[in-house]
Write a protein that binds this ligand. Structure first.
Ligand code: PLP
Length: 454
């Protein structure tokens, strides 16, 4: 456990996290993560899976948000990835935070972030956690039902309450509507009235349309619904000044994000043209997903019933666990280049003793050898936070990398860093796959072998 000091800078923190022999590796600006992985697996013998955290990608996502959604202050949803360095980098970029528990609150505060930069955005909270937030001066909190509102007012009379409404997109990968959010038509009026009767300082409206939502009308309609609740609140004497549009923004597809931002900005111009209203968002996936890449190797294989069966060194109890909770599409490709390779039916199993630990079957792959590497892109969101340590397979090591431009920002030049120039002698270009030959996207089979006769 590292001891974090509130005044730690990024470089202090990194130097504490790493041993003397570990570095943030600096690469030339145009170096791809695939090349970095090749350099790693050719330079030294790696057998365990590992993550590459590309810090420059976090910078890129942060500035993309700022450029495309200039009215919306991001409050990073720590649940997506609570890696200390990632949280610290985002704090330095001026991003604020959405915390859902005592642990997340304490983590963010331990990094020197002011309580005013946090929203406690879990609409169901234990009394003890509300008390904890109250003692630390975290005023913004969400609620979606009567009991929660009464509890918040009783424990924390000064709370700045934000009413969470249900705006579920049917097309999101994870939907929240059955668990969170009050119904705008049938419940919002009564709740706002109760807030008024209890003298609660109601400050705003929030929603979350669901993780991984690419459906443009859902964003538009959610903002439109929030306007209805602003109007209801006005009738009860409230002049709300905050709209929280939650998360949902995909992290792996820049072009769909751009389309979403156009829709969101358009809806804000239509329903929230008053710029004195503060607009915030709670992006998790968007800010971190593309910054993490996972490399796993083939540890064993069999040929059975006309197909190759591979065993790799991570699995559904580890970095792929989120695939068991929701239909997430993983992107995988072999690192080695297989020219004119014959493709075979293949199954990929995960590392544990559990038979349901299977990533995918029925895919076509070239014949993989023991120690061949498989690369998984966009592994930054919910992969580390959903992991278990089943069978003693712990979190893979993370290599932190940054490009030369990034090094000049945010104190990284003072980190324990090392320039790594990838030379052509180190990498036999022809045999590695820099363009995702044989790439596949897949969802983890969530029948968990129940339909299988084997
Ligand atoms: N805000 C809340 C309240 C959430 O529950 C979540 C995800 O569960 C997020 C924000 C982050 O969502 P996303 O990863 O889609 O950006």
């Amino acid at each position: 456990m590292i001891k974090i000091d509130k005044t730690d800078s990024v470089h202090n923190l990194f130097n504490k996290m790493s041993s003397e022999s570990e570095y943030i590796e600096v690469y030339e600006n145009n170096t791809t993560v695939d090349r970095i992985i090749v350099e790693k697996v050719t330079r030294s013998v790696h057998t365990d899976p590992f993550f590459i955290c590309n810090i420059s990608e976090i910078f890129r996502k942060g500035s993309m948000w700022g450029n495309l959604l200039p009215r919306i202050k991001p409050f990073y949803a720590v649940k997506a990835n609570s890696n200390v360095l990632v949280v610290k980098i985002l704090a330095d970029l001026g991003v604020n935070f959405d915390c859902a528990s005592k642990y997340e609150i304490d983590l963010v505060l331990s990094l020197g972030v002011q309580p005013s930069r946090i929203i406690y955005a879990h609409s169901i909270k234990s009394p003890g956690y509300i008390q904890h937030a109250a003692e630390l001066g975290i005023k913004l909190m969400t609620f979606d039902n009567e009991e929660e509102l009464r509890k918040m007012k009783k424990i924390y009379p000064d709370v700045h309450a934000v009413i969470r409404i249900r705006c579920n997109s049917k097309n999101a990968v994870v939907k929240f509507g059955s668990k969170f959010g009050c119904d705008v038509e049938n419940e919002a009026d009564d709740l706002v009235k109760l807030a008024r009767d209890l003298h609660v300082n109601l400050v705003g409206v929030s929603f979350h349309i669901g993780i991984g939502c690419k459906d443009l009308p859902s964003y538009y309609n959610a903002i439109k619904s929030a306007r209805l609740v602003f109007n209801i609140a006005k009738r009860y004497g409230y002049n709300l000044h905050m709209l929280d549009i939650g998360g949902g923004f995909p992290g792996a597809d820049d072009s769909i994000f751009k389309e979403i931002t156009m829709t969101v900005n358009n809806a804000l111009d239509t329903y929230f043209s008053d710029h004195s209203i503060q607009i915030i968002g709670e992006p998790g996936t968007f800010l971190v997903d593309s910054a993490f890449t996972l490399a796993c190797s083939v540890t064993s294989r069999k040929f059975r019933s006309d197909q190759w069966i591979y065993y790799i060194n991570d699995g559904i109890y580890g970095s792929f666990n989120k695939g068991t909770s929701f239909e997430h599409q993983f992107t995988m490709y072999p690192l080695k280049m297989y020219s004119n390779a014959e493709l075979h039916n293949s199954t990929v199993f995960g590392v544990t003793c559990s038979s349901i630990d299977k990533l995918i079957d029925g895919i076509k792959l070239p014949v993989l050898d023991i120690d061949d590497w498989l690369i998984f892109k966009n592994m930054g969101a919910y992969c580390l936070s959903f992991r278990t340590s089943m069978n003693g397979f712990f979190t893979p090591y993370t290599f932190y990398v940054i490009n030369e431009n990034g090094l000049t920002h945010h104190g990284f030049s003072e980190c324990n860093h090392r320039f790594s120039k990838i030379s052509l002698e180190q990498i036999e270009d022809g045999i590695y796959n820099f363009y995702e030959q044989f790439g596949v996207t897949f969802c983890v089979d969530r029948s968990f072998g129940l339909n299988s006769e084997e």
